[in-house]
Design a protein around this ligand. Structure first.
Ligand code: FES
Length: 66
């Protein structure tokens, strides 16, 4: 997939949780790696504690809020 292949996904920021992305075919992580999306909606980690980054694994639920 090239840089010219743009998606137009819908994005929802969950309060104290992940970024939900609907309609994306790929996700580029912080290291620049492209991940193919196989599901209609995916949850991306925003807390930086997931063991499955860039995907949310639910760890944010056990992190104390500031
Ligand atoms: S947002 Fe869910 S594990 Fe980071």
């Amino acid at each position: 997939m090239s840089e010219a292949d743009f998606d137009h996904p819908d994005i929802v920021l969950e309060p104290h949780g992940p970024m939900l992305v609907r309609g994306a075919s790929t996700i580029r992580d912080a290291e620049g790696t492209l991940h193919r999306v196989e599901r209609p909606v995916v949850a991306l980690c925003r807390c930086d504690k997931s063991s499955r980054k860039p995907w949310c694994d639910g760890t944010h639920k056990v992190i104390p809020r500031r």
